[in-house]
Design a protein around this ligand. Structure first.
Ligand code: UDP
Length: 381
């Protein structure tokens, strides 16, 4: 069993699956491979989630392009696959690492399992390149672990065999719940931040998607600044993604305001503590759309579309679209309408119950047993 990951969300979402696989030590051996697509936004998470790295491909280089990441991961994976000959490669989500892992497996006729399969925004260019990565991984994978019934139907509509699709929930819920159970000491910087904003309505912001870079991001950040300026009990806390385009936009629009705090990206434990203390979340992140329902926090999705409509349908999230004036209007609505927050608090998480890692591991154990009996099933890629 080879599990491949390269970024923060992949580590967060694969950690429970890896734990589940390791609990089946009788059924298979596990080999955890980090691509190193990200470094600062990967290794602290690997550590806090207790993931053992068996191989590190170290592909990260400054200003890397998706083509370079893809080529380097495929090159490095090829020799690992040749030497180790795993029975299954597990990838997660929509990153270039995941795509490269799936294609490497396909080329070597090794079955691929895709965790978080069947998400679609409907627009091949947004999110970019993630939407197309997902579609291509679907074509390459043999087993599809769908978080929701809707994701399953999407896969079936695209011609995936029903017996290859398993609805398991999303293991992000497992990771989030396990972080909330741990009583790890709070980072002093976070305690200071929470103390400084005690009693205020805290907006927690994350934004880093390529489609938002440039004028749109600048305008959205200015809109948030104006909202904070107009409401003296509102504070804005923004763990700034290290991408230079985001750092620069944040500095230009949000610097030098006493109730706006720009901080470094937070570790998972601290970030979850911050989200739990939020009045409102504003984010273009995928994972945060799955976390907000568990935490019972209202969320404005800072994007034109979402491949997670379940968050909108549950009433937890509202889609801003691509217009800063819509953001201004929706901030004002959230401020005036307190019933939204109380509705959100009572909403069940449509993305899972917290047992997805275990369920995926059990299904894989059964599939590999089946494969011993019938080599045809697993190889029917
Ligand atoms: N996250 C974190 N610290 C931060 C910002 C985000 O731990 O400062 C977590 C967040 O809880 C979520 C994940 O990182 O689980 C989302 O990662 P990202 O937004 O990079 O990717 P996406 O989910 O959009 O693919």
């Amino acid at each position: 069993m080879l599990t491949l990951f390269g970024t923060r969300p992949e580590a967060i979402k694969l950690a429970p699956v890896i734990r589940g696989l390791e609990a089946h030590a009788d059924a298979f051996q596990t080999l955890n491979v980090a691509s190193g697509q990200h470094t600062d936004l990967l290794y602290p998470f690997v550590k806090s989630l207790h993931i053992r790295i068996d191989r590190d491909l170290h592909v990260m280089s400054p200003n890397q392009t998706p083509n370079q990441v893809c080529a380097r991961v495929m090159d490095a994976m090829d020799s690992i696959l040749e030497a180790e000959r795993p029975d299954l490669i597990l990838v997660q989500g929509d990153t270039t690492t995941a795509l490269a892992g799936a294609l490497s497996g396909f080329h070597r006729k090794i079955p691929v399992g895709h965790v978080e399969a069947g998400l679609r925004s409907g627009n091949p260019r947004s999110p970019y390149p993630e939407e197309m990565n997902r579609r291509m991984i679907t074509r390459l994978a043999t087993y599809h672990f769908a978080a929701t019934a809707r994701n399953r139907l999407t896969l079936l509509a695209e011609g995936v065999e029903p017996k290859q699709v398993f609805v398991t929930g999303n293991p992000v819920v497992d990771s989030l719940q396990s972080m909330m159970r741990q009583a790890a000491p709070q980072h002093p910087a976070l305690s200071e931040l929470l103390e400084a904003t005690r009693g205020m309505k805290r907006i927690v912001l994350t934004t880093h998607r390529r489609e938002s870079f440039g004028e749109l991001m600048a305008e959205n950040l200015l809109t948030l600044r104006r909202f904070v300026e107009a409401h003296e009990e509102v504070a804005l806390i923004f763990p700034v993604h290290p991408n230079p385009a985001v750092v620069e936009a944040a500095r230009l629009a949000l610097d030098h305001h006493p109730r706006i705090r720009l901080v470094e990206p937070l570790g998972y434990q601290d970030f979850i503590a911050l989200l739990s203390a939020a009045w409102l979340i504003v984010s273009d992140s995928g994972g945060v759309q799955e976390e907000a329902p568990t935490l019972g926090k209202p969320l404005l999705v800072l994007r034109e579309n979402t491949e997670r409509p379940e968050a909108l349908e549950s009433g937890v999230a509202r889609l801003v679209g691509g217009s800063p004036s819509a953001l201004a209007r929706m901030l004002a609505e959230a401020y005036e309408d307190e019933s939204w927050a109380s509705h959100v608090m009572r909403t069940e998480n449509p993305f899972g119950r917290g047992d997805s890692g275990e369920r995926i591991a059990e299904i894989i154990a059964e599939l590999l047993d089946v494969r011993v009996a019938s080599a045809d099933l697993a190889m029917s890629v």
